[in-house]
Design a binder for this molecule. Structure first.
Ligand code: BG6
Ligand code: MG
Length: 216
């Protein structure tokens, strides 16, 4: 029986994945190479520095540590600027309802995100009260597909991995959930979410109750 849900943030709860993409694309353009949505799939879910390294590999660039830190900071400055546009419309379809219903059912809820901006986003959109526990890029040291973020979430919820369901929009996140010994539900397109027990286009298409029954 599943008793806890762990949610990724960007691309699952809020529509911020597009702002990450815009900021990385702008950085690539400044460095003189193009970067498209297919390339962007590889950056989804992973931490900021790891994402930068993938971007530089795509551009065929090898840079010093100092320069890499500078570029990651620049990307984040742009990303945070884009976040100023964020309002309730950015909350993805069905997300709030799904969170509310999960809690009404007595399920525990955690956030498991690589982002160091997670709390800022949740606060801005009044979403903090829907989570028992927040684990984000400030409390982790290893990027997805390492299971650390989800393992910490389950520990903080006091639940064994086998009782946890992870909701993820990125392949790195699905792999992290599986590496943690949890069940993964993909949110997005099946071709980007291999290994998920179920792939849904959004949290709008199912209820926590129907999901729990399906996963029995
Ligand atoms: C993940 C995003 O949630 O957070 C990645 O999918 C992003 O695209 C990562 O790189 C780190 O986010 P931030 O906000 O700390 O740069
Ligand atoms: Mg995501």
């Amino acid at each position: 029986m599943k008793t806890a849900f762990i949610f990724d943030l960007d691309g699952v709860i809020v529509d911020t994945a597009k702002y990450h993409y815009l900021a990385w694309q702008r950085l690539a353009a400044e460095m003189g190479f193009s970067f498209d949505e297919t390339d962007n799939e590889r950056l989804k879910g992973v931490g900021r520095m790891q994402a930068l390294d993938i971007l530089l590999e795509i551009g065929g660039l090898s840079l010093t540590e100092d320069r890499r830190i500078q570029l990651a900071q620049q990307k984040n400055i742009w990303y945070v600027e884009y976040l100023e546009m964020l309002n309730q419309d950015a909350v993805l379809p069905g997300a709030v309802n799904f969170l509310k219903k999960s809690r009404q059912l007595g399920l525990k809820t955690a956030l498991g995100s690589a982002s160091r901006n997670a709390s800022t986003i949740l606060k801005k959109l009044d979403l903090l009260p829907y989570f028992d526990v927040i684990v984000d890029g400030n409390s982790t040291t290893r990027a997805k597909p390492d299971p650390e973020v989800f393992v910490l979430g389950a520990k903080a919820l006091n639940e064994p991995p086998s009782s946890c369901v992870v909701f993820e929009d990125a392949q790195a996140g699905i792999d992290a959930a599986l590496n943690a010994g949890m069940t993964a539900v993909g949110v997005g397109l099946p071709e980007h979410l291999e290994g998920a027990a179920l792939v849904i286009p959004s949290l709008q298409v199912l209820t926590p109750q129907s999901l729990i029954i399906q996963l029995l």
